[in-house]
Design a protein around this ligand. Structure first.
Ligand SMILES: [Cu+2]
Length: 117
């Protein structure tokens, strides 16, 4: 039984790292998580470490009010994205992204930033 358990753990570890290999996150962007900016850039420009399908990008205030973005879900895969941003008043904002890896798994992340005005 001990051998079987060790084997199962080994299989789990290997499959977990194989799955993680296909996953990625934003590796470069003009708005970094935690950034404090005097004004919003004209666009959120960001790049993933591997090709993904960008399934969603939402902007909201810290209070949860959504801000409409000029973003349409794209079916093609890519690493580099640019989504126009509207002018933003001073305050705290959260960008929430959702991307689909090549293996079909969905990855999510957030970029929190503040416009100091
Ligand atoms: Cu996966």
């Amino acid at each position: 039984m001990k051998f079987l358990r060790t084997l199962l753990v080994a299989v789990w570890v290997v499959s977990f790292s194989a799955a993680a290999w296909a996953h990625t996150t934003i590796i470069a962007s003009n708005i970094k998580d935690g950034a404090e900016l005097a004004a919003a850039p004209a666009a959120f420009v960001f790049a993933f470490g591997a090709e993904v399908g960008l399934a969603g990008l939402e902007l909201e205030t810290l209070g949860g009010d959504p801000i409409v973005l000029d973003f349409n879900r794209r079916s093609n895969m890519g690493k580099d994205y640019s989504v126009p941003l509207p002018p933003l008043a001073a305050g705290a904002y959260i960008l929430k992204w959702r991307a689909v890896a090549k293996d079909g798994h969905v990855m999510r992340g957030e970029v929190d930033f503040t416009i100091t005005g």
